[in-house]
Design a protein. Structure first.
Length: 448
């Protein structure tokens, strides 16, 4: 199949009024399986920590396997729509099933996804998103709790959801694994577990056809290998863990490897597609910013440390009176660690960036991390404190703490709205890019 034929499928991607909830996703999966019983199968593969059945939808009967994972991070729900759209397409197009069985895990973290559903219906503004935002602590993320048996980065605390996905990977030994992610601002970027010849050119064509510009300034992929514009290669698990510990003083890994790392044991090629919520033209601007890149990185590192210090002091004061058990509280603690390690990474990479100016996209990438981390941390803390007050834990200290968190949150949301774009991409464009990227990479693997 030629790339042009793949891109032609984008004409059939529907418009979406809003994101879908977990219940709507499950109902749509059931409907799809009932509509195409001759080419689909649906089975349970595990159980979430709160008792939600985890199911796998299989389409086709080819000897090789492609595994698609939706919702690896619960604040990234674009992939839920992509799972349904791609599964329907594969079920109706025999050509796409030739020699290949597609398997869809619609949502690997339904518990966390339900905690984000308050903003799914829109409007997709920066403040509304962060008011109802939830992202688990990294040790509570199914995507980042795969085992690592290197003594320098030992991790073996697998979550039930992680265990379920690991069993599926071991059973299928997939040729292709696809993890559906989305970022906040800018453009689309892609992550591979290893360079695939021709993939970068194909993925650039996919982004253009979907009318989502490439993101040319690294955000959380700073320092990774770049085989082509907007395409990164994920480092080994041990390197990722070392980066997360950088600057924190911690000795023991809080998380493990990702599904990408785990699947490599079977020779699987993994693609991650990160599509953005909001359009930001600077993300794809590779012109000279006039700012030395090392100075940009050191400045943003300092801003992240300053934000962390303010929030850490507030958490220190309210911590003794927090009573409501919630994954929000564990997430708050994690959000206080991440800016420290990210700042250390910015400082480290700055040493190799002396002597040249940053591009506009690189400045945008570095600065958007600051906005992203401060809004996420203050938003989740504010949400935990609101939960305490709603439960009747209305001590003077917690009431004052909520007012302070609310003020910080408002200031930081306003700052982001002033400096960044709130122009949301149509959901159809984002789904189109994720869908076509999967088919384009499978095509490349078929040519090898």
């Amino acid at each position: 199949m030629e790339l042009a034929e793949i891109l032609a499928y984008l004409g059939g991607v529907p418009e979406f009024e809003r994101l879908c909830t977990v219940d709507e996703l499950n109902a749509a999966v059931d409907e799809l399986a009932a509509r195409f019983p001759q080419v689909t199968g649906l089975r349970r593969i595990g159980t979430s920590r709160l008792g939600e059945p985890l199911r796998l939808l299989s389409v086709g009967d080819g000897p090789q396997h492609a595994l698609v994972v939706g919702g690896p991070h619960p604040n990234e729900p674009i992939g839920l729509l992509t799972v349904l759209t791609l599964a329907r397409l594969v079920a109706t197009e025999p050509t796409l099933r030739a020699g290949l069985t597609w398997h869809f895990l619609p949502c690997i973290d339904p518990d966390g996804t339900r905690m984000n559903e308050g903003w799914f219906a829109g409007p997709r503004t920066i403040r509304r998103y962060h008011e109802q935002f939830f992202r688990p602590a990294i040790e509570d993320q199914p995507e980042w709790t795969f085992p690592v048996t290197d003594e320098r980065a030992w991790f073996d605390r697998m979550l039930p959801e992680t265990q379920a996905l690991a069993r599926v990977i071991d059973q299928l030994r997939p040729r292709f694994q696809y993890s559906l992610h989305n970022t906040d601002f800018g453009g689309v970027f892609f992550i591979l577990d290893h360079p695939v010849p021709g993939a970068a050119e194909d993925l650039a064509a996919v982004a253009e056809a979907g009318e989502v510009p490439l993101s040319l300034g690294p955000i959380d992929t700073l320092g990774w290998d770049i085989p082509g514009p907007g395409v990164y290669v994920m480092p080994p698990a041990e390197s990722v863990i070392a980066a997360s510990l950088r600057g924190t003083g911690a000795q023991e890994a809080k998380h493990g490897g990702s599904s990408t790392h785990y699947a490599r044991r079977h020779g699987t090629t993994t693609l991650i597609t990160e599509v953005p919520f909001w359009r930001e033209n600077r993300a794809s601007d590779d012109s000279d910013s006039g700012q030395p890149y090392d100075e940009v990185l050191r400045r943003t590192a300092g801003e992240m440390r300053a934000d962390e210090a303010v929030l850490a002091e507030l958490v220190r004061r309210v911590q003794p009176q927090l009573r409501v058990p919630s994954p929000l509280l564990r997430a708050v603690r994690d959000f206080l660690v991440y800016p420290v390690s990210m700042a250390a990474t910015h400082d480290l990479i700055a040493k190799s960036k002396t002597g040249r100016n940053a591009t506009v996209a690189e400045v945008f990438g570095a600065e958007s991390v600051v906005h992203m981390l401060r809004m996420r941390a203050s938003g989740v803390l504010r949400r935990q404190l609101a939960l305490e007050l709603a439960a009747g834990n209305q001590t003077p200290l917690l009431r004052a703490g909520f007012r302070e968190a609310d003020k910080l949150f408002g200031l930081w949301c306003d700052s982001a709205a002033d400096e960044l774009s709130e122009d949301p991409f149509p959901l159809r464009n984002l789904v189109s890019v994720q869908l076509a990227a999967a088919l384009a990479l499978v095509r490349r693997l078929d040519q090898r």
